[in-house]
Design a protein around this ligand. Structure first.
Ligand SMILES: *Cc1c(COP(=O)(O)O)cnc(C)c1O
Length: 396
């Protein structure tokens, strides 16, 4: 693997030079106002990226998976009923975590490649007149299949049923890259990590809690220690953590938020959409199809691309690594061997994306697929030419 080539996995993503530098810090006292000058702006930055006025943001030395656990253990008790759709590997893993914690999950089995069926959620919520369901889980962007779900529709299902369940959203591969509206969607817990939209290395679980979720922490009885948000609240009040914080990464997070907010969130989302559309046009030109079944669920952060029957898609990923020193994502779970994934989130330009598409073409041609070299690249080039990212002359 080359250290020079960009990666095209859907996280960890490419780290901009400025963020690498921000993470590279001398040791400071992590119980001091100096630490507070990193901690508090980082939490404020995340809150803005979540599009929330009042979410309580907590940052743990962990990953997105620890964020899931933070959401569950702080707000729920053993035996609580949960509603969740399983439409890919990440929603599957979150459900598995619920079950390991003794939660009672009503699983809505959903074909991989489809989004969350909000109509099924609506039916189930309406039928739950005793309000036994305590939380509804939604994976905003299924990274395994390249499928985005309509979180506003899930909120509407809750509202139409007059149901008080909390709404927990996994935004690990969407927050900071695709539009995420904590307040407008009535999200109660949002979960993400440092290594996707925030363009840092892995190491932070980042969560936002609504007032309702904070109230639930008062009665929830699932065991929690490391991920206890009450300990965080106490620590933060003293410019500190309940344990030793990863200060460099948090400084990186603070800078990452500044980068995203100064570009403007809507510009960030438009940039991801443009880059993704170029990739989708390339896939089309190759004569291949996405795992995502319809345009309304196409993800702007990752494309899972189906390869022809009888071909092992994982060979593309292995070959790219071994021959060209470039990383693509393998298929996971049900779609293992059937798709390969191009991650197109975080710090990425048209030029970088074109190099990834060119590499994918070389790999597919090397492995005997009927792909004309340059076909996908040309389709993306045409799209990027017609829709320039930015006028560099004016921007200067
Ligand atoms: C990456 C990812 C996770 C897991 O995050 P880790 O940081 O690897 O623990 C969870 N959900 C989604 C949607 C993801 O893309």
């Amino acid at each position: 693997m080359s250290f020079q080539n960009p990666v095209f996995i859907p996280g960890p993503t490419n780290i901009p030079e400025s963020l690498r530098k921000a993470c590279d810090m001398p040791t400071i006292d992590h119980r001091s106002p100096l630490f507070g000058s990193i901690l508090h702006p980082a939490r404020e930055g995340v809150r803005k990226v979540l599009k929330s006025e009042s979410a309580k943001v907590f940052i743990f030395p962990s990953t997105g998976t620890g964020g899931w656990e933070t959401a569950l253990t702080n707000t729920l008790s053993a035996g609580d009923k949960i509603l969740a759709a399983r439409n890919g590997m990440f929603s599957h893993r979150w459900i598995d975590m619920c079950e390991r914690h003794g939660l009672d999950v009503n699983i809505v089995e959903t074909p991989w490649g489809h989004g969350i069926p909000a109509d099924k959620y609506a039916e189930i919520l309406k039928a739950d007149t005793g309000h036994d369901i305590k939380a509804v889980l939604a994976t905003h962007n299924e990274t395994a299949t390249g499928v985005k779900s309509d979180i506003a529709a899930v909120r509407k299902a809750l509202n139409d049923a007059g149901h008080p369940a909390m709404l927990f959203v996994d935004g690990v591969s969407s927050i900071g890259s695709m539009d995420f509206q904590f307040d407008n969607w009535g999200v109660d817990v949002a979960v993400t990590g440092s290594q996707k939209g925030f363009m840092l290395s892995a190491g932070l679980a980042i969560v936002g809690f609504s007032d309702k979720a904070m109230a639930a922490t008062e009665t929830a009885t699932l065991p929690r220690t490391f991920f206890d948000v009450h300990d965080m609240v106490k620590g933060y009040a003293a410019n500190a953590f309940p344990y030793t914080p990863p200060v460099g990464l948090m400084n990186g997070l603070n800078e990452a938020c500044k980068m995203l907010l100064s570009e403007g969130l809507d510009n960030v989302f438009a940039r991801h959409h443009r880059i993704a559309q170029g990739v989708r046009n390339a896939v089309d030109a190759w004569g291949l199809e996405l795992c995502a079944t319809s345009p309304d669920v196409y993800s702007d952060t990752v494309s899972a691309i189906k390869t022809p029957e009888g071909f092992n898609a994982t060979d593309i990923v292995t070959h790219a690594a071994e021959t060209y020193g470039v990383a693509f994502g393998v298929g996971l779970g049900e779609v293992a061997g059937k798709v390969f994934r191009i991650g197109h989130l975080g710090s990425l330009t048209d030029v970088m994306t074109l190099s990834g598409l060119a590499t994918a073409e070389m790999c597919m041609a090397d492995l005997g697929l009927d792909i004309k070299l340059g076909s996908g690249v040309a389709a993306a080039q045409e799209f990027y030419r017609a829709n320039p990212a930015l006028n560099y002359k004016e921007a200067a």
